[in-house]
Ligand binder design. Structure first.
Ligand SMILES: *[C@@H]1O[C@H](CO)[C@@H](O)[C@H](O)[C@H]1NC(C)=O
Length: 138
């Protein structure tokens, strides 16, 4: 009479592991790297490690990184239509006069560089992605 109970416990475990949207044990943190780079002045790259919570947004990870006091700082503005918009990183701000801005790119674990079609407030990083904040001109 013990087998059916064991079987359903095993099935439940399997479901928990396979179902998308159900956090499996240990999936509470999604580690990411953040690369701060500058295409305008070619100043040295900086990389940082942080994490987002399960299905958490990039903005949360950037805030966590800033609060960890590793030297990373950022500011953003709230655009009424597009949401949070990266304004400055490590003290350097994008400038309409100089036609510079902070570009958000992502290097996926397959080493592809993608340009997310959403901003820092909506992008949900996957584990071990490299988030690239690139100071660039337009
Ligand atoms: C900084 O990172 C960018 C993007 O990965 C890369 O193209 C560039 O070569 C790096 N620069 C240095 C000095 O490592």
């Amino acid at each position: 009479m013990k087998t059916p109970a064991l079987l359903s416990a095993a099935l439940l475990l399997l479901l928990l592991l396979l179902l998308p949207g159900v956090p499996a044990a240990g999936s509470g943190q999604t580690p990411i790297n953040v690369l701060v780079t500058n295409s305008v002045t070619n100043s040295p790259n900086k990389t940082y490690s942080t994490y987002v919570v399960y299905r958490g947004i990039l903005l949360g990870g950037l805030r966590r990184l800033q609060e960890s006091n590793t030297g990373f700082t950022f500011t953003y503005t709230e655009d009424p239509n597009y949401g949070p918009f990266l304004e400055s990183v490590n003290g350097l701000a994008g400038s309409p006069a100089e036609r510079t801005y902070w570009e958000l790119l992502v290097s996926t674990t397959g080493n592809q560089i993608i340009r997310p079609d959403v901003g820092i407030g909506c992008y949900i990083p996957s584990a071990n992605e490299q988030i690239i904040l690139n100071y660039n001109e337009y």
